[in-house]
Design a protein around this ligand. Sequence first.
Ligand code: B12
Length: 434
Amino acid sequence: MKIGLVAMSGVRVMTPELAKLGVSLPQFVSRGKVIASLPSLGLLTVAALTPGDVEVGYREIGELTPDFELEPFDLVGISSFTAQIDEAYALADRYRAAGVPVVLGGLHVSLMPDEAAMHADAIVLNGAEGAWPRLVEDFRQGKMKPRYEGLRAGVFEAPNYVVPRFDLLRGRPYNRLTVQSSRGCPRNCDFCAASLRITSSFQQKPVARVVEEIRIARDVTDNPFFELADDNTFINRTWGKQFLRAVIPLEIQWFTEADISLAEDDELLDLLAQSGCRQVLIGLESPAGEDLAGIDPANWKQKQHGRYLDAIERIQSRGVSVNGCFILGLDTHTPDVFPRLKEFIDRSGLLEVQITVQTPFPGTPLHERMRREGALLKERYWERCTLFDVTYRPKRMTAEELEAGMRWLFGELYNEREYIRRKRQYMEIVKARM
Ligand code: B12
């Protein structure tokens, strides 16, 4: 028996002006190209959960073309993010029309199960852990069910935990690989459509397992840069310090996502730098604290806002850059948010910034609220869930103003001159501490 595991790859932007602008903005494009080559850690995990006597083919599809050739698999499993879900459904429909049963799983499927079920012989909700081995056995016996619920907790504990099949990547040209050290995030922001939605609580992998995965993954590619596929890595600082101490001897370079509280602990920051961490991505969200009311249930982000500049300085002075992420189009944002954000970024010393438009991903509290308020531009807009395309009527500006503001900021932030300026500022911060 041979199972095909298929991931849709690459990055997406629908708005033509942004897509066109993207092509001419050097750093934006280069970052896009670099990350677009990441493999699907979700499917490498599914592959590892597959019984050993079953052959597995791992495939990535950048774009589904009409002449795409279907392979003779006995069963196909397709992964899902919202932005590419219609391509995933189209591929599923084609396989099914050719008589090959299809299983759909992943984030979008977990959030919109009834929609996904129309394009699949079976769907898997939440993590594949706890569901996929059962499904494959059922399939073998000709009694695969239409719906399986995977685990929302305990995914990193025996017997559910498996080392993702990094060996399936051997011989392919990856210069970056992902490893996951945790799932979920206690902050619980209303817009978040990441692993938080498929877990019941924050879960962390034992340090030894993460280190082992890095070692295995490093073996299949030539000295890759590692990205932790986490939502918020350093929630538990004791774990964080153990992890960083264990990473130092590996001599890797890596990147992760965390929240600003990381900057409260000097020892953690020193270890972070020593461990080869090159950058942490942090959701700062807005240039003013008042915009953040209600984003998370405890108003945690709003309470932190006053510490942003100091925290950025403390992290970056160690030689670990901060990639500050901002969301445009929050309820309080008027058109003056664009120059205000530019001014905040100039002042912050941030080496890198990622600006995105607020996106009501289906299955999130934000989506539910906007649907209730009648703010959504269309009922179904999944292909626009790219973090760059506008999908709703903002409260204090028009959708056109939000799009125009995004374009203006793109031009202001992602250009050579601006990058050199930020780099110089960053180097000064690093030197000042030496
Ligand atoms: C790595 C990554 C990518 C890689 C993906 C490579 C790939 N083909 O998978 C790249 C760089 C290509 C990418 C692109 C995009 N991404 Co991205 N990406 C991530 C990131 C950082 C990690 C994802 C990950 O590896 N998770 C770990 C794995 C283990 O979890 P998992 O995929 O959920 O898999 C588990 C279950 O879902 C399930 N499962 C998954 N698939 C399947 C399939 C089957 C058959 C079964 C049974 C089970 C199953 O089992 C797995 C194990 O438990 C997350 C953010 C984050 N910190 O998590 C964003 C994230 C997933 N990306 C996001 C977005 C928006 C995008 C883009 C739209 C950006 C853009 N404008 O282009 C594109 C979409 C492109 C596309 N092709 O769909 C959003 C998606 C939200 C959503 N609900 O859709 C996230 C959550 C970030 C965010 N800011 O919100 N991304």
